[in-house]
Write a protein that binds this ligand. Structure first.
Ligand SMILES: *[C@@H]1O[C@H](CO)[C@@H](O)[C@H](O)[C@H]1NC(C)=O
Ligand SMILES: *[C@@H]1O[C@H](CO)[C@@H](O)[C@H](O)[C@H]1NC(C)=O
Ligand SMILES: *[C@@H]1O[C@H](CO)[C@@H](O)[C@H](O)[C@H]1NC(C)=O
Length: 224
Protein backbone atom coordinates (compact mmCIF):
# COMPACT_ATOMS: atom_id res chain seq x y z
CA UNK A 1 0.00 0.00 0.00
CA UNK A 2 1.05 3.61 -0.56
CA UNK A 3 2.02 5.85 2.35
CA UNK A 4 -1.38 7.56 2.22
CA UNK A 5 -3.21 4.23 2.31
CA UNK A 6 -0.97 3.25 5.23
CA UNK A 7 -2.02 6.45 7.02
CA UNK A 8 -5.67 5.52 6.47
CA UNK A 9 -4.95 2.04 7.86
CA UNK A 10 -3.24 3.59 10.88
CA UNK A 11 -6.20 5.91 11.55
CA UNK A 12 -8.52 2.92 11.22
CA UNK A 13 -6.36 0.99 13.70
CA UNK A 14 -6.79 3.86 16.16
CA UNK A 15 -10.54 4.08 15.51
CA UNK A 16 -11.01 0.36 16.22
CA UNK A 17 -8.67 0.20 19.22
CA UNK A 18 -10.01 0.20 22.76
CA UNK A 19 -6.69 -0.17 24.57
CA UNK A 20 -3.08 0.73 23.94
CA UNK A 21 0.25 0.63 25.74
CA UNK A 22 1.14 4.08 27.06
CA UNK A 23 4.78 4.89 27.77
CA UNK A 24 5.72 7.82 29.96
CA UNK A 25 8.83 8.90 31.84
CA UNK A 26 9.09 9.11 35.63
CA UNK A 27 10.19 12.58 36.77
CA UNK A 28 13.82 12.90 37.82
CA UNK A 29 14.27 13.38 40.69
CA UNK A 30 11.03 11.76 41.83
CA UNK A 31 8.79 14.04 43.94
CA UNK A 32 9.04 13.38 47.68
CA UNK A 33 5.43 12.14 47.62
CA UNK A 34 6.22 9.36 45.12
CA UNK A 35 6.10 5.73 46.23
CA UNK A 36 8.30 4.64 43.31
CA UNK A 37 11.84 3.44 44.04
CA UNK A 38 14.37 6.29 43.53
CA UNK A 39 16.21 4.26 40.87
CA UNK A 40 13.29 4.48 38.41
CA UNK A 41 13.55 8.30 38.19
CA UNK A 42 13.95 9.17 34.52
CA UNK A 43 13.01 5.67 33.37
CA UNK A 44 10.16 4.94 31.00
CA UNK A 45 7.22 2.85 32.14
CA UNK A 46 4.78 1.17 29.73
CA UNK A 47 1.27 0.48 30.95
CA UNK A 48 -1.85 -0.73 29.14
CA UNK A 49 -4.57 1.92 29.19
CA UNK A 50 -8.16 2.23 27.99
CA UNK A 51 -8.72 4.70 25.15
CA UNK A 52 -11.38 5.68 22.64
CA UNK A 53 -11.14 7.61 19.39
CA UNK A 54 -13.80 10.21 20.22
CA UNK A 55 -12.66 13.33 18.30
CA UNK A 56 -15.29 12.98 15.59
CA UNK A 57 -18.16 12.77 18.06
CA UNK A 58 -17.36 15.99 19.93
CA UNK A 59 -19.70 18.93 19.30
CA UNK A 60 -17.10 21.71 19.18
CA UNK A 61 -13.77 22.10 17.47
CA UNK A 62 -11.10 20.74 17.73
CA UNK A 63 -12.46 18.58 14.96
CA UNK A 64 -11.42 15.03 14.11
CA UNK A 65 -7.62 14.88 14.17
CA UNK A 66 -6.93 11.37 15.36
CA UNK A 67 -6.24 12.44 18.95
CA UNK A 68 -7.39 9.59 21.20
CA UNK A 69 -9.39 10.29 24.37
CA UNK A 70 -8.65 8.93 27.82
CA UNK A 71 -10.72 8.89 30.97
CA UNK A 72 -7.63 9.48 33.06
CA UNK A 73 -7.31 8.56 36.72
CA UNK A 74 -5.38 11.06 38.83
CA UNK A 75 -3.68 8.26 40.77
CA UNK A 76 -2.60 6.35 37.64
CA UNK A 77 1.16 6.33 37.04
CA UNK A 78 0.72 7.22 33.34
CA UNK A 79 -1.21 10.40 34.15
CA UNK A 80 0.91 11.28 37.19
CA UNK A 81 3.93 11.23 34.92
CA UNK A 82 2.23 13.35 32.24
CA UNK A 83 1.07 15.79 34.95
CA UNK A 84 4.74 16.09 35.97
CA UNK A 85 5.63 17.08 32.41
CA UNK A 86 6.29 13.77 30.66
CA UNK A 87 5.34 13.35 27.03
CA UNK A 88 3.59 10.12 26.07
CA UNK A 89 3.89 7.43 23.44
CA UNK A 90 0.96 5.13 22.77
CA UNK A 91 1.44 1.82 21.04
CA UNK A 92 -1.45 0.13 19.21
CA UNK A 93 -1.53 -3.24 17.49
CA UNK A 94 -3.82 -5.61 15.60
CA UNK A 95 -2.21 -8.78 16.89
CA UNK A 96 -5.29 -10.21 18.62
CA UNK A 97 -6.87 -10.61 15.14
CA UNK A 98 -4.24 -13.10 14.01
CA UNK A 99 -6.70 -16.00 13.64
CA UNK A 100 -8.96 -14.00 11.32
CA UNK A 101 -6.12 -13.22 8.92
CA UNK A 102 -4.73 -15.14 5.95
CA UNK A 103 -1.08 -16.10 5.39
CA UNK A 104 0.84 -13.35 3.55
CA UNK A 105 2.07 -15.98 1.06
CA UNK A 106 0.56 -19.40 0.31
CA UNK A 107 2.10 -21.88 2.71
CA UNK A 108 3.47 -19.17 5.03
CA UNK A 109 2.37 -19.51 8.68
CA UNK A 110 -0.06 -17.00 10.19
CA UNK A 111 2.21 -14.36 11.70
CA UNK A 112 1.54 -11.58 14.17
CA UNK A 113 4.79 -9.99 13.03
CA UNK A 114 3.09 -9.44 9.66
CA UNK A 115 0.20 -7.46 11.19
CA UNK A 116 0.07 -3.67 11.61
CA UNK A 117 1.06 -1.66 14.66
CA UNK A 118 1.55 2.03 15.26
CA UNK A 119 3.05 4.24 17.92
CA UNK A 120 1.54 7.67 18.50
CA UNK A 121 3.82 10.32 19.99
CA UNK A 122 2.50 13.42 21.72
CA UNK A 123 1.39 14.97 24.96
CA UNK A 124 -1.65 14.81 27.24
CA UNK A 125 -4.05 17.73 27.15
CA UNK A 126 -6.83 17.60 29.75
CA UNK A 127 -10.20 18.93 28.56
CA UNK A 128 -10.74 22.34 30.05
CA UNK A 129 -13.01 22.16 33.08
CA UNK A 130 -15.84 22.54 33.64
CA UNK A 131 -16.32 20.49 30.47
CA UNK A 132 -19.35 21.92 28.62
CA UNK A 133 -22.37 19.69 29.12
CA UNK A 134 -22.70 18.90 25.43
CA UNK A 135 -19.06 17.82 25.23
CA UNK A 136 -19.31 15.81 28.44
CA UNK A 137 -22.29 13.85 27.18
CA UNK A 138 -20.60 13.20 23.81
CA UNK A 139 -17.48 11.98 25.63
CA UNK A 140 -19.53 9.70 27.86
CA UNK A 141 -21.48 8.23 24.99
CA UNK A 142 -18.39 7.57 22.88
CA UNK A 143 -16.16 6.29 25.69
CA UNK A 144 -18.71 4.12 27.48
CA UNK A 145 -19.66 2.45 24.18
CA UNK A 146 -16.11 1.02 24.23
CA UNK A 147 -15.69 0.72 28.01
CA UNK A 148 -19.08 0.28 29.74
CA UNK A 149 -17.29 -0.49 33.03
CA UNK A 150 -15.71 2.98 33.04
CA UNK A 151 -19.13 4.30 34.12
CA UNK A 152 -17.96 3.54 37.67
CA UNK A 153 -15.13 6.12 37.54
CA UNK A 154 -16.69 8.90 35.47
CA UNK A 155 -15.59 12.39 36.60
CA UNK A 156 -17.44 13.71 39.61
CA UNK A 157 -19.19 10.42 40.24
CA UNK A 158 -20.04 10.01 43.89
CA UNK A 159 -18.50 6.98 45.54
CA UNK A 160 -16.08 6.49 42.65
CA UNK A 161 -12.94 4.68 43.80
CA UNK A 162 -10.67 7.31 42.18
CA UNK A 163 -10.95 10.86 40.82
CA UNK A 164 -10.82 11.02 37.02
CA UNK A 165 -10.72 13.59 34.24
CA UNK A 166 -11.14 13.65 30.45
CA UNK A 167 -7.98 14.13 28.44
CA UNK A 168 -6.72 13.77 24.90
CA UNK A 169 -3.41 12.65 23.51
CA UNK A 170 -2.46 15.44 21.09
CA UNK A 171 -0.61 13.52 18.37
CA UNK A 172 2.64 15.09 17.14
CA UNK A 173 4.26 12.11 15.34
CA UNK A 174 3.24 8.61 14.29
CA UNK A 175 5.50 5.63 13.64
CA UNK A 176 3.95 2.86 11.54
CA UNK A 177 4.93 -0.75 11.05
CA UNK A 178 2.46 -2.08 8.49
CA UNK A 179 3.79 -5.63 8.75
CA UNK A 180 6.61 -7.34 6.86
CA UNK A 181 8.88 -4.79 5.23
CA UNK A 182 8.71 -6.25 1.73
CA UNK A 183 4.93 -5.93 1.66
CA UNK A 184 4.06 -2.99 3.90
CA UNK A 185 5.36 0.47 4.71
CA UNK A 186 7.49 0.95 7.80
CA UNK A 187 8.37 4.45 8.97
CA UNK A 188 7.07 7.83 10.03
CA UNK A 189 3.63 8.91 8.80
CA UNK A 190 2.89 12.41 7.56
CA UNK A 191 1.10 14.03 10.51
CA UNK A 192 -0.69 16.56 8.29
CA UNK A 193 -2.26 13.58 6.57
CA UNK A 194 -2.92 11.78 9.88
CA UNK A 195 -4.85 14.84 11.09
CA UNK A 196 -6.43 15.54 7.70
CA UNK A 197 -8.53 12.41 7.28
CA UNK A 198 -11.88 11.50 8.77
CA UNK A 199 -13.91 8.31 8.55
CA UNK A 200 -15.77 9.51 5.52
CA UNK A 201 -13.07 11.30 3.55
CA UNK A 202 -10.23 13.76 3.21
CA UNK A 203 -9.67 17.08 1.45
CA UNK A 204 -8.28 17.02 -2.11
CA UNK A 205 -5.02 18.59 -0.95
CA UNK A 206 -4.42 15.69 1.46
CA UNK A 207 -2.55 12.57 0.43
CA UNK A 208 -3.18 11.24 -3.10
CA UNK A 209 -6.21 13.46 -3.69
CA UNK A 210 -8.53 10.44 -3.82
CA UNK A 211 -10.65 11.93 -1.03
CA UNK A 212 -10.59 8.62 0.81
CA UNK A 213 -11.13 8.34 4.57
CA UNK A 214 -10.31 5.60 7.04
CA UNK A 215 -13.76 4.15 6.41
CA UNK A 216 -12.53 3.20 2.93
CA UNK A 217 -9.82 0.76 4.05
CA UNK A 218 -9.84 -2.54 5.96
CA UNK A 219 -7.25 -4.06 8.28
CA UNK A 220 -6.12 -7.67 7.72
CA UNK A 221 -8.86 -10.20 8.46
CA UNK A 222 -11.48 -7.58 9.29
CA UNK A 223 -15.02 -8.81 8.98
CA UNK A 224 -17.19 -6.46 6.95
C1 LIG B 1 7.87 16.76 24.73
O1 LIG B 1 7.93 16.73 23.31
C2 LIG B 1 8.21 17.99 22.72
C3 LIG B 1 8.16 17.78 21.22
O2 LIG B 1 6.85 17.46 20.83
C4 LIG B 1 9.55 18.49 23.17
O3 LIG B 1 9.78 19.78 22.65
C5 LIG B 1 9.59 18.56 24.69
O4 LIG B 1 10.89 18.89 25.12
C6 LIG B 1 9.21 17.20 25.29
N1 LIG B 1 9.11 17.33 26.74
C7 LIG B 1 9.78 16.52 27.55
C8 LIG B 1 9.58 16.77 29.00
O5 LIG B 1 10.52 15.64 27.15
C1 LIG C 1 -5.15 -18.45 17.42
O1 LIG C 1 -5.37 -19.83 17.26
C2 LIG C 1 -4.38 -20.64 17.91
C3 LIG C 1 -4.63 -22.09 17.48
O2 LIG C 1 -5.98 -22.44 17.66
C4 LIG C 1 -4.46 -20.42 19.41
O3 LIG C 1 -3.49 -21.20 20.08
C5 LIG C 1 -4.23 -18.95 19.69
O4 LIG C 1 -4.40 -18.69 21.09
C6 LIG C 1 -5.18 -18.07 18.90
N1 LIG C 1 -4.75 -16.70 19.09
C7 LIG C 1 -5.59 -15.69 19.31
C8 LIG C 1 -4.96 -14.36 19.51
O5 LIG C 1 -6.80 -15.84 19.34
C1 LIG D 1 2.51 15.90 4.13
O1 LIG D 1 1.24 15.81 3.57
C2 LIG D 1 0.77 17.02 2.98
C3 LIG D 1 -0.65 16.76 2.52
O2 LIG D 1 -0.76 15.57 1.77
C4 LIG D 1 1.69 17.42 1.86
O3 LIG D 1 1.26 18.64 1.29
C5 LIG D 1 3.11 17.59 2.40
O4 LIG D 1 4.00 17.85 1.34
C6 LIG D 1 3.54 16.31 3.10
N1 LIG D 1 4.82 16.53 3.77
C7 LIG D 1 5.89 15.79 3.52
C8 LIG D 1 7.12 16.13 4.30
O5 LIG D 1 5.86 14.86 2.73
Amino acid sequence: PSWFTSTLLARRLLALSTTGIASTIFPSPLPSTSHAPPSVAGHSISLTEYLADCDATLPNPPTEEGNPTFLALRVATTFRNTASGSNISLSLDWWSHINDTAPVFPGFPLSQAGLPRATLFGYIEPFETPVPEETESALKECYLAKHPDAEVWLPGREGAPHASFWARLVVTQVYWIGGFGGLQQIGWLNVTEWKGVSETGSAVDIGDGSGRGWGDVRLPGERE
